[in-house]
Design a protein around this ligand. Structure first.
Ligand code: AMP
Length: 428
């Protein structure tokens, strides 16, 4: 059997890299007051249609919809509409988190700050850095429309990458305006794009009708060239949006957080507004975005809650691992282990298990022989797995209540009384 295309096996080495990313993320998020949450892996399809937007590629082309076997007969008879009635594996985290906030009335005591680590699913064409199941690290801040919260969340983002040890990431920010200033901008953008439309991709032709901002998100080279001189949203901001954007830029500068303003960064859905940002890392294949986020003041209301402003981001863990690997970050991290326990006969094992446990509880990395292999094979295994010591017990040691401690690096050994073993190992 083979795994499904676009999914990955995480053998210990890769799983450890993800664990590192996740541990640092939870630690940094918590230090900024973000509480960790978990939400379901699947939700009603209609949540994503509304929350991610039914004009997006994600909803139109990339969602994995689930039909339970109980509904399969109905589906085959044409009495069950997948998109209307079904459930879907989450393609991202925000929609589920907003649903959670609304359903549990978490909005009564704002602001609320949440962090989460999720697997997400998109039916995209797999390639390096683009999978059908991938991991996102997310943070959402509900209940503040002040630009200080935009600064706060970008500060968290920047602090995370610094703590992680990634060097060459770039934060790009933009402001896409609000309901007041956007209509004028849309008008100008459409005026600019319209004469080029017949040379542009069919998706862009559709976006032109439903959601012109998303044309700026197009990944087709020819389209990118055609619209390279497009009007930019920051030139059309109303007074309030312009002053908030200036506040954000000013404060990031004062905090020495490096960023650049990039007019092509858009979160092209109606409920997104004001600050939009992405984090990029070049040299990880076609996909350089390792994270993205923005302000979404209208989404909570759209999902059935009250008027709650919000801002958040999601980072792609799979791509961050690639980025760290390309900077050689994990190269030196060959794990050293401490003690390998070996009994010449299984019946001696119970004598050394208390010492095994005591060392384990004191933080030593310990393992023991579980296959009654020959001493030669066990030593070979211990050597290959970077154990510093092997502790042996044979008939003589069993009788003497002692063990042999063998130093694998210096090839010497000594007899130690069992009652002293923990003390001796601590002093080694
Ligand atoms: P998005 O919600 O599309 O902005 O995604 C946020 C982040 O998730 C992106 O910046 C990527 O780093 C990551 N991401 C999105 N789609 C995939 C995918 N198919 N495979 C791996 N990472 C992804």
């Amino acid at each position: 059997m083979k795994k499904v295309k676009g999914t990955r096996d995480f053998l210990p080495e890769l799983a450890n890299k993800f664990k590192y990313l996740e541990d640092v993320f939870l630690e940094v998020a918590s230090s900024f007051g973000f509480e960790n949450i978990r939400v379901p892996t699947f939700e009603k399809t209609s949540l994503f249609a509304r929350g991610v937007g039914d004009t997006t590629d994600i909803v139109k082309k990339e969602m994995f919809q689930v039909i339970s076997s109980a509904n399969m007969d109905k589906y085959c008879r044409g009495e069950y509409s997948v998109s209307k009635d079904g459930i879907t594996l989450r393609p991202e985290g925000t929609a589920g988190v907003v649903r959670m906030l609304v359903e549990n009335k978490e909005y009564v005591n704002l602001p609320k700050k949440y962090s989460y680590i999720i697997n997400a699913f998109r039916n995209e064409r797999p390639q390096a850095g683009r999978y059908r199941e991938f991991t996102q690290l997310g943070a959402e801040l509900f209940g503040s429309s002040e630009p200080i919260s935009d600064v706060y969340i970008i500060m968290l983002l920047d602090e995370y990458f610094k703590k992680l040890g990634l060097k060459n990431y770039k934060i790009k920010i933009n402001s896409i305006g609000c309901k007041t200033c956007r209509p004028k901008y849309y008008e100008e953008l459409k005026k600019y794009v319209e004469p080029k439309l017949d040379k542009m991709c069919s998706d862009c032709n559709e976006r032109f009708k439903n959601n012109p901002l998303r044309i700026l998100d197009c990944k087709v080279d020819n389209d990118i060239k055609l619209i390279s001189g497009h009007p930019v949203s920051v030139d059309y901001l109303c007074e309030s949006c312009a002053s908030k954007f200036n506040f954000v830029k000013d404060n990031l500068e004062k905090l020495n957080i490096k960023f650049e303003v990039d007019a092509s960064i858009v979160r092209g859905l109606d409920y997104y507004c004001e600050t939009a940002f992405e984090v990029h890392f070049e040299n990880i294949g076609a996909k350089s975005a390792i994270g993205g986020g923005g302000r979404y003041n209208d989404l909570v209301e759209l999902i059935g809650g009250p008027d709650v402003p919000a801002i958040g981001f999601a980072l792609g863990a799979d791509r961050i691992v690639m980025a760290l690997e390309s900077e050689g970050f994990f190269d030196y991290k060959e794990e050293e282990k401490d003690v390998y326990f070996y009994s010449f006969d299984e019946k001696f094992a119970y004598k050394i298990l208390p010492a095994f446990n005591e060392l384990r509880e004191s933080g030593f990395k310990v393992e023991m022989e579980l296959n009654s292999r020959s001493l030669k094979s066990a030593l070979k295994y211990a050597n290959k797995n970077n154990f510093k010591y092997v502790v042996l017990i044979g008939e003589d040691e069993y009788q003497n209540n002692s063990v042999i401690v063998k130093n694998m690096k210096e090839s010497d050994q000594k007899e130690v009384k069992l009652e002293n073993i923990v003390e001796v190992m601590k002093n080694e």
